[in-house]
Design a protein around this ligand. Sequence first.
Ligand SMILES: [Zn+2]
Ligand SMILES: [Zn+2]
Length: 241
Amino acid sequence: MRVTLLGTGSADGWPNPWCACPSCAWARDTGNARAQTGVLLDDAMLVDLGPDVPRAAARFGVDLGRLRHLVIGHAHPDHLGPEALMWRSWSTVADRPLDVVGPRAVLDAVAAFLTRWERRAPGEAGSPLHPRLALAGSPIRLGGPGPDGGGYLVVPVAAAHGDASVGPAVLYDITAPDGARLLYACDTGPLPAATVEALAGREFDVALVEENNGDRPGFGDHLDLATFTADVGQGSARAEP
Ligand SMILES: [Zn+2]
Ligand SMILES: [Zn+2]
């Protein structure tokens, strides 16, 4: 699995371009701007599509034309900018199939946007976009054939993040065609017990876990340094033989 981090920033990116705090000033002065979090796998699967993410790809010289699967965790606006699908529809790959995976609120937001602006929702006749509903605990098989004859196996697990109007939010346990495994855990508060249970013993090759709040009192359903450490420790303990 080839992992390309297109962004590792928070909703407002880093730096927040309005902000004069030392952290944002450092990032600005050193040219360390980071987009909203989004990760590209094998150039074939993109996990999370904040409005910054396609532009980050353009700046890094990354071609999104081979994308086959778009996977979204929840419908907060820093994880889902459905307008990117309109920009795609003006490109040379407009007619190529693209799975759009996400919980109900994500699929509804994408359908509403594209119905408004393109008069054609994903899944309708002639649309290259194929909606796939992500439900915690229900595996989704995508694409292929990979080297072993299979594509990606995507298993949504419950996040502790927001209410049903943005999800219900999920995180993703992803197995690539080459067998490599990645955990995508952005955004979430301390993991629900059912999620810890579902992830036990999975031996991920890469775990991308949010740590939104740093050493400050945070807001929303996110991790800080203490809860991040506790969650990762819990996962490591469960992975012990
Ligand atoms: Zn700042
Ligand atoms: Zn969120």
